[in-house]
Design a protein around this ligand. Structure first.
Ligand SMILES: Cc1cc2nc3c(=O)[nH]c(=O)nc-3n(C[C@H](O)[C@H](O)[C@H](O)COP(=O)(O)O)c2cc1C
Length: 332
């Protein structure tokens, strides 16, 4: 039977009503203390009706790891209540909602970061400056922050967690040999570079259990010789597959390098390559803006779900138009 966008899919024990996902979209509207505001509640609530899943924007697990000076965080118990307003607004449409947990590492916002930390003292660029190489105690502390963030995610009513291991932020920095030159248990071999992600994942699982959906967002390529590739990702993630419920395939961000051309479905080949290696669902994202293209991808089994981002920023009804009404014109 041919799969379409309208077919349900399960991420772990959670059944989604269709295969269209709202991708995480940073709103740059958090308070200086990283609290979510009425903007977030309204923004997510307004877009929740037709998608099978909403993934809330990157949310900092640490006061020292915010990606932007006006992003949102989940690093104290006080952050829970405003986040709960978002989950309530999305649940009002019977749509599940995940939170994306992040730490910027060497790409943490200079405006609000006290000490820039990363696996190795290698700068992203002059704007961010050179980070301090994490000590083992520092790594332990970060894993604890992820654990507490997972606990608070449950308290805020989220239905799942997306671990942000993409776009050159902290976990990605551990995974890529271009940003991790450690010679201890967290650097060197694929297994060692994946250790931080593994320990974060296990700390989260310790809080939420195995039934609660936990997915990971990855940058399948660093767009640079010597960087990560889908094959290397598969090597690192395969041992973690029993603890993961889906893989969301993005790209880039580790280095100040852009893909040479951002064309329709530009990241799809990476999702399809990742899918070759895994049995859990793979989410494709990136300029997939028409129903016919999305259905073709699903029918050809290149991915299992489709996430959309930018079209939803301007047009809160984009998902409805994509799923139900007239085929929307492609957005460029
Ligand atoms: C304004 C904006 C904010 C974004 N915020 C996030 C984010 O918080 N976390 C993340 O992983 N990706 C983020 N992204 C990337 C999107 O989730 C998505 O992968 C990307 O826009 C490509 O998909 P699209 O062509 O459907 O927009 C953001 C993109 C945009 C344009």
């Amino acid at each position: 039977m041919t799969v379409t966008l309208h077919d349900p899919i399960s991420f772990g024990g959670l059944r989604l009503q269709n295969r269209l996902i709202m991708a995480p979209l940073q709103q740059y509207m958090g308070t200086p203390e990283a609290y979510a505001t009425s903007h977030h509640t309204e923004f997510y609530g307004r877009r929740a009706k037709h998608v099978g899943l909403v993934i809330v924007e990157s949310t900092a697990v640490s006061a020292n790891g915010r990606l932007w000076k006006n992003d949102i965080g989940i690093y104290t118990d006080r952050h829970v209540e405003p986040l709960q307003k978002i989950t309530d607004a999305v649940h009002a449409h019977r749509t599940p909602v995940f939170i994306q947990l992040s730490h910027g590492g060497r790409k943490s916002s200079p405006e609000v970061t006290t000490t820039l930390v990363a696996p190795s003292a290698i700068a992203f660029d002059e704007h961010y400056g050179t980070p301090e190489s994490l000590t083992l105690a520092g790594i332990e502390q970060l894993i604890e922050e992820y654990r507490l963030a997972a606990k608070r995610s449950l308290a805020a009513g989220f239905d799942g967690i997306e671990i942000h291991a993409a776009h050159g932020f902290l976990i990605h920095q551990f995974l890529s040999p271009l940003s991790n030159t450690r010679v201890d248990a967290y650097g060197g071999t694929s297994e060692n570079r994946a250790r931080f992600l593994k320990e974060v994942l296990f700390a989260i699982r310790g809080e939420v259990g195995r039934e609660f959906p936990v997915i990971v967002r990855i940058s399948a390529t660093d767009y640079c010789e010597g960087g990560l590739t889908p094959v290397e990702w598969a090597r690192m993630l395969k041992p973690l597959e029993p603890q993961l419920d889906a893989i969301h395939v993005s790209s880039g961000g580790l280095l100040p390098i852009q893909p040479s051309d951002v064309y329709t479905a530009y990241q799809l080949p990476h999702a399809a390559a990742i899918k070759q290696h895994f049995n859990i669902p793979v989410i494709a994202v990136g300029k997939i803006y028409t129903r016919s293209l999305a259905n073709r991808i699903l029918a050809d089994q290149l991915a299992d779900s489709i996430a959309i981002g930018r079209p939803l920023l301007e047009d809160p009804d984009f998902a409805e138009r994509l799923l139900i009404s007239q085929e929307p014109a492609a957005v460029n």
